[in-house]
Design a protein around this ligand. Structure first.
Ligand SMILES: N[C@@H](CCC[C@H](N)C(=O)O)C(=O)O
Length: 302
């Protein structure tokens, strides 16, 4: 087994993704490799999407997801779009089925280059999100930050999109809140035994919202796809919007957008772009890496 594999530096609305090709191997990208790659300014990333051989009939690949702190994640919407773009470019195929620790994901690349991922069904039960306290109604849980009589953020909607999310409803642009300060406090709050991704969501019409996310295991990122799904579903669930919304991700370059459609069959479909930046090789155990000389000119292979 070679000590190096191919990888691509990609992004989904600015969410920094490394797509690592682990097919044909039995080893894994180690947390140590992830931490080393995240510490290098040239390879700094939010999530690694490691593509493995399929484990289940009917699937195209098993995807392992690592945050930049080396922890595992159950879902990564922006990263999944990057994997689709990489594999579509390699194979010419347009639709794929992946297995992750959270379940099966179907995805398709459209004619215009955008990619739709069926992110599965949302989960609202308090012990499945999970929360550490019983809440009959998780669409508005007791949690606040700031002065007790004038909280800055309060009563988020909690849910799982495979991974845990809390969505705080705000009435002005999410960029005007000090999420860098509140994010770590909320991510690590004891109410979230497995921590949580923290999103600020401003509803701007029945079909549009603006979001910004502090990610579990990654901190302030430019975009988070599963958080956009959580915000879209939570907004519809609480009657703030319709079930199909356009989400402007406030922190992404040029305030990019994702479409979130919570379909009648309960599946959440996220649609948006993915972008290849450059390719190289990496040692999945140590994180030692090298950029392809001709990387800029190559097609988007993982
Ligand atoms: N950026 C991702 C979410 C990544 C996982 C998250 N940090 C977690 O630990 O749950 C996305 O686009 O969904």
């Amino acid at each position: 087994m070679s000590d190096r594999v191919e990888f691509a530096r990609m992004n989904g609305l600015g969410n920094k993704i490394l797509v690592v090709d682990m097919r044909g191997r039995t080893d894994r990208v180690t947390p140590a490799a992830a931490i080393a790659l995240a510490a290098d300014p040239a390879t700094v990333f939010d999530q690694i999407m490691a593509i493995h051989d399929p484990k289940l009939d009917g699937t195209d690949a098993y995807i392992d997801i690592l945050n930049c702190d080396g922890s595992k994640a159950q879902a990564c919407g922006n990263g999944t779009r990057c994997v689709v773009q990489a594999l579509a470019s390699e194979t010419g195929r347009k639709s794929f089925t992946f297995q992750t620790i959270a379940g099966i994901l179907n995805a398709v690349e459209h004619q215009d280059g955008t990619i739709s991922v069926d992110m599965g069904k949302p989960v609202f039960a308090w012990d499945k999100i999970p929360l550490s306290e019983e809440f009959h109604d998780t669409s508005r849980i007791e949690l606040q930050i700031g002065p007790i009589d004038a909280p800055i953020l309060h009563s988020p909607s909690a849910m799982s999109m495979g991974n845990p999310h809390a969505v705080f409803w705000v009435d002005r642009d999410p960029m005007t809140y000090d999420l860098e300060r509140f994010g770590p406090l909320l991510e690590n709050h004891p109410i979230f035994p497995e921590k949580a991704n923290i999103t600020l969501a401003q509803v701007t019409s029945k079909t549009s919202m603006v979001t910004r996310t502090w990610e579990r295991g990654a901190g302030l990122t430019l975009a988070c796809g599963s958080a956009a799904c959580a915000a879209g579903v939570s907004a519809a669930r609480t009657g703030r919007t319709e079930r199909k919304v356009t989400i402007t991700v406030a922190s992404s370059p040029n305030r990019g957008t994702l479409t979130i459609d919570w379909r009648p069959d309960d599946k959440v479909v996220m649609t948006g772009p993915a972008e290849w930046e450059w390719s190289g090789t990496v040692n999945p155990t140590t994180g030692d890496w090298q950029r392809d000389e001709s990387g800029q000119a190559e097609a988007a292979t993982p």
